[in-house]
Design a protein around this ligand. Structure first.
Ligand code: GCB
Length: 596
């Protein structure tokens, strides 16, 4: 909302209908249903009907909304923070647009289909995934007795396939001639404590562009005119981990003296660089302490839950942590803004998860499987490019984002992986105006001798489960294998920083063992203690992000008891013993200069 723009929330209670086999639904007529769902949220855990929760296919949402007559002269659009995974949007029965990809926003113009007063919006949602989508799902079809196709999706990944209108839905009214995008790229000189801030404004009309930079007290620190500016600032305040400082860029379009549009974008000033095996933020070696997370909470499922976001960051800070990864998809815009404000360091990840032949928990099977033709058959390249464009397009200005993660645990030990990833790394580097480091999150089977892609990544981000999926319960053997592997990586790439982006052990809160038994709280503590001792021995080891912040929901399976239990908090955010142990460790580790 600005002086020239209105935003009206369409969150709330919507009508809802699952499209069962054989159902024909024509959005020209109002949806015939008595069922309702709250938005934003997954529908999955709001229903009491297991058939809806487990259904693969199509779902319909609908509600009325009012367009005030006073806004009818403006450009009207519907904006969805996300619709998971694919959406077709109809206004008063007419299709106004479509979007595929469940974790990034889209906006659809609706002037031709609305009138002042009451209107109807209908959204058809699909939760189907296959070998051309991100995330990757295993798609199969059967037929019912009447010959109707029954689709089925088996997640090729370890989290529940939550779906629905997951984030805010808004009616937006903007001027026809408007600001379309703002790109802010501060080039900082740490030695002189000054910056050249490049501000590029993309607008729909040839207008006079005015840029005003404001400090945290809303005092004007600089002004400039034109769509492309480089503004010099002295005496800058750096955005620091856990000590954020946010400036704002106010962008205005003028026609003569008349203000046509205005938009304000917050931004922070910090540098990110990699040098001699160190990860530098503002020129100093940073040590990542934190988590792989999920957008996952009771009832809301994967839906935006701002109270949980605030609590999670408060728990994170209390533990002495400083960072997390948006495993395994871009998180809400609200969370990204919160991280900017709270000084949380973020690894931002596209929904490229499940890029492996068979998702299972038998790590040894893949060690045997060396010539699977996976990379010549998978069809995700187009979706992957789109996901990178949309994530980097959305998040490019966030100071909190310091690394782009281009995939989680792709099968980089199989032939063809390098050809698949090379163009994606190139694209990410072209898209990012701030030249942030890029990486992929390396899977256990992609050891230094087997991995095909580590030359592409700026740093080594490893997921390792020594003492859990292998050497289960034998922490001594696990420690030896883990240390040997880390030393081999360091030798192979002496100038690349190494960090763990996952390590963890399933732990059922309240289970105790005098014998260090896996699943007990004692084992989880000892597992982290073992890992910490190894990390502290490796010079280029720059961070530990454990798996997972909290227990989270998964598909049904014999390896999961109501979900994944590797949280150091339960799903309701109660600490397990490991949270106390890790708080002590992390509160004793400085954010900078931990490794000499
Ligand atoms: C992984 C995956 C993550 C799983 C985790 C586990 O490697 O990246 O999505 O949840 O392991 O607990 O198995």
């Amino acid at each position: 909302m600005t002086a020239t723009r209105s935003v009206l929330s369409l969150n709330g209670i919507w009508s809802f209908k699952m499209q069962a086999a054989g159902d024909v639904i024509d959005p020209v007529a109002p949806l015939k249903t008595t069922e309702v769902m709250a938005v934003p949220a997954s529908f999955s855990d709001q229903t009491a009907n297991p058939e809806i929760r487990q259904h693969s296919g199509y779902f319909w949402y609908e509600r009325d909304f009012t367009v005030p007559a006073a806004l009818m002269d403006q450009r009207l659009s519907l904006r969805f923070g996300s619709a998971t995974h694919e959406a077709w949007v109809f206004v008063n029965g007419t299709e106004v647009g479509h979007h595929k990809g469940g974790f990034t926003p889209f906006e659809l113009p609706i002037n031709d289909t609305v009138h002042a007063g009451t209107n109807r919006v209908t959204v058809k949602i699909s939760n189907l995934l296959d070998h051309s989508t991100l995330p990757v799902g295993n798609y199969t079809e059967t037929k019912d007795a009447a010959g109707n196709v029954i689709p089925h999706v088996d997640e090729n990944f370890d989290f529940f396939n939550y779906a629905g209108l997951h984030r805010n839905v808004n009616l937006m009214a903007t001027p026809w001639n408007r600001v379309e995008d703002v790109v802010i790229t501060p080039k900082i000189d740490l030695a002189t404590n000054s910056a050249d801030v490049a501000v590029t404004v993309k607008s729909t009309a040839a207008a006079t562009v005015k840029v005003t930079l404001l400090d945290e007290n809303e005092a004007i620190v600089a002004t400039a005119e034109g769509a492309e500016n480089t503004i010099h600032l002295d005496h800058i305040h750096l955005w620091q981990p856990l000590n954020a400082y946010l400036y704002q860029a106010r962008v205005e379009l003028f026609d003569g003296d008349t203000l046509i549009d205005s938009y304000t974008e917050p931004f922070g000033m910090r540098t990110v660089a990699i040098d001699s095996g160190k990860f530098l933020i503002n020129g100093k070696p940073f040590y990542f302490k934190g988590f792989g997370k999920h957008e996952d909470s009771y009832v809301n499922g994967r839906g935006l839950n701002e109270a949980v976001n605030v609590l999670d960051l408060n728990l994170l800070k209390k533990m002495g942590a400083n960072s997390f990864r948006t495993s395994h998809y871009p998180y809400s815009e609200e969370m990204m803004r919160l991280c900017d404000r709270e000084g949380i360091v973020v690894i931002d990840e596209v929904p490229a998860v499940g890029l492996m032949p068979d998702f299972n928990f038998d790590v040894s099977s893949a060690f045997k499987n060396n010539d699977n033709p996976f990379w010549s058959t998978v069809q995700t390249q187009a979706a992957h490019k789109q996901a990178l464009e949309e994530m980097i397009g959305r998040d490019k200005n966030h100071a909190s984002v310091v690394i782009w993660s281009i995939a989680n645990e792709p099968a980089t030990f199989l032939p063809g992986a390098h050809d698949y990833f090379e163009p994606l790394f190139k694209l990410a580097r072209q898209l990012d105006p701030q030249d942030r480091p890029c990486t992929y999150i390396n899977i256990m089977m992609s050891t230094p001798d087997r991995d095909n892609c580590s030359d592409l990544a700026d740093l080594l981000t490893l997921n390792r489960y020594y003492g859990w999926y292998i050497q289960t319960g034998d922490l001594k053997a696990a420690a030896a294998a883990e240390e040997a592997e880390l030393r081999a990586w360091q030798e192979k790439w002496p100038d690349k920083p190494i960090m763990f982006t996952e390590f963890g052990a399933d732990t059922v809160a309240g289970v105790h063992s005098a014998y260090n038994e896996p699943f007990s709280e004692e084992y989880q503590v000892n597992y982290y203690d073992m890992n910490a001792k190894i990390f502290d021995k490796i010079d280029n080891f720059v961070g530990e992000q454990l798996w997972n912040f909290a227990d989270f929901q998964t598909k049904f399976g014999i390896n999961r008891v109501q979900g994944n239990k590797k949280g150091i908090f339960t799903r309701s955010r109660e600490p397990k013993a490991a949270a106390i142990w890790l708080s002590r460790r992390w509160n004793g580790i400085p954010n900078f200069n931990y490794k000499k």
